[in-house]
Design a protein around this ligand. Structure first.
Ligand code: SF4
Length: 447
């Protein structure tokens, strides 16, 4: 649970201005002799990314116990995501206490963390495929679309909402991962040309970091040349987990700059949406990367995911918010975790999200205060965490409407069962009760 009530003021000083710049990667036995210049090189980061459990053992040597290594191996039987971790993030993990480390939790699963999925989880919880008029595109909001040009990322996050397609297949999920496909992209552009109501395109995936400079240009130019498209956003977790690319991959950075310049010449916005979830991801490298982007006038906004043991704590959330604004990133959203497979241990209750929102508000300027949202299961879109129609805290079920997205539809979000009372858990453990529980909540909500 959030360890502080919203009614008590949060204590914070100026520590959010201090970022580590030590040679932290040298704590990893396999990288003890890697120089600062090598570590700064994006090609070195890519080449040395961890993609297999065996590499974890090789690079760490005796830094972790045999039992913990066995737990990592076990994690591979349950995880919906492949392993892919940049040396930057891997070295920021506290290997003296990996079980409790927020970065280890996000990127390197262990078997002992997993819980049973909620009965109402879905692999496509947000119904993105249902609202897809052409492949690679979700058109849910009238004026905004989500374009997924690739399913590859520079890291694979264990909590990914698109685990059904991102990265390769795992023991638990078979995926139809796809790489860049220009023909399918052209079909997306054609669809958008015929939809004059669309003004805003999120280019996500996957991750824009994995697009080549030519692909960045191709997508940017084609979208910006559609007269009614006014805003495009490249979504990348890269700044958080691989800032070296911004600093040393000039070809990629220049492609992004060109699209940005083209957008400005058309009077249109080209911005970056990134994805820091823990203050531990923020170092002097992040600040240097952001300085470079800031010098080129890029607007960068952050979307964090609320995760148990990572950031569901008032002080951590305030620190994250203040660090982000210090390095010129606008803390835009904090998402309540989606109801997707293999993530029950990450999820928090709606109540907890509401408490955190109340506690963070007032710690800094409103425009830099993240909005806590629930992305409604079933495709109702993002709603403020306090905007539900009804919330049965005992059974952990909230009821929502989205009148401007899907008029007349009713949506449900369910809290993780392990956070409910024993009595509620007992009822949920009986399959015959599931529908009854939802119907009771509907009745109480007057629906
Ligand atoms: S970077 Fe984004 S799309 Fe890629 S694995 Fe992480 S959350 Fe999923």
């Amino acid at each position: 649970m959030a360890n502080k009530k919203a009614t008590s003021p949060t204590k914070f000083g100026l520590e959010h201005r201090n970022f580590r710049d030590d040679e932290f990667w040298k704590q990893i036995p396999g990288w003890a002799s890697v120089s600062r210049d090598e570590f700064a090189d994006h090609k070195w980061q890519l080449k040395n990314s961890i993609t297999k459990v065996e590499q974890v053992e090789k690079i760490l040597g005796k830094r972790v116990s045999k039992d913990f290594m066995a737990d990592i191996v076990q994690g591979q039987h349950y995880t919906p995501m492949n392993i892919r971790i940049t040396p930057y993030v891997f070295s920021l993990i506290n290997w003296d206490d990996p079980a409790n480390d927020p970065l280890r939790k996000q990127f390197l699963p262990i078997g002992s963390q997993y819980l049973h999925d909620h009965p109402y989880y879905k692999s496509d919880s947000l119904a993105e495929d249902e609202d897809s008029p052409v492949p690679l595109l979700t058109h849910r909001y009238r004026d905004k679309v989500l374009f997924l040009p690739t399913t590859i990322c520079p890291v694979y996050c264990n909590y990914c909402t698109r685990s059904r397609i991102i990265g390769g297949s795992t023991e638990t999920i078979q995926k139809s991962t796809y790489g860049a496909n220009q023909k399918k992209w052209d079909d997306v552009f054609e669809y958008l040309m015929g939809r004059p109501e669309v003004e805003d395109v999120v280019i996500s995936g996957g991750d824009a970091y994995m697009l080549t400079p030519d692909q960045i240009r191709y997508i940017g130019k084609n979208l910006l040349e559609i007269p009614h498209i006014r805003r495009i956003r490249y979504a990348t977790k890269g700044i958080a987990i691989f800032p070296q690319k911004i600093l040393t991959d000039d070809a990629w950075f220049n492609a992004l700059k060109e699209v940005h310049f083209l957008g400005r010449s058309f009077g249109k916005q080209v911005v970056i949406h990134t994805h820091f979830s823990s203050p531990q991801e923020i170092t002097k490298w992040s600040q240097r990367a952001m300085d470079r982007l800031f010098q080129e006038n890029f607007v960068v906004r952050n979307q964090a995911v609320l995760q148990e043991g990572v950031n569901n704590d008032v002080n951590i959330m305030v620190k994250l918010t203040k660090q982000l604004e210090w390095i010129n990133i606008q803390p835009y959203y904090v998402y309540l975790h989606d109801m997707v497979p293999g993530c029950e241990h990450f999820r928090t209750t709606l109540k907890e999200a509401e408490e955190l929102e109340k506690a963070v508000r007032g710690t800094t300027a409103g425009f830099n205060t993240p909005t806590f949202v629930c992305d409604l299961p079933g495709g109702g879109g993002k709603r403020h965490v306090a905007s539900y129609e009804y919330y049965d805290e005992e059974m952990g079920v909230s009821v929502w409407k989205a009148p401007n997205v899907k008029p007349g539809d009713v949506f449900f979000y369910c809290d993780p069962l392990h956070k409910l009372s024993e009595k509620a858990q007992k009822r949920w453990s009986d399959e015959n009760e599931w529908e009854k529980i939802i119907n009771e909540v509907k009745e109480k909500a007057g629906i």
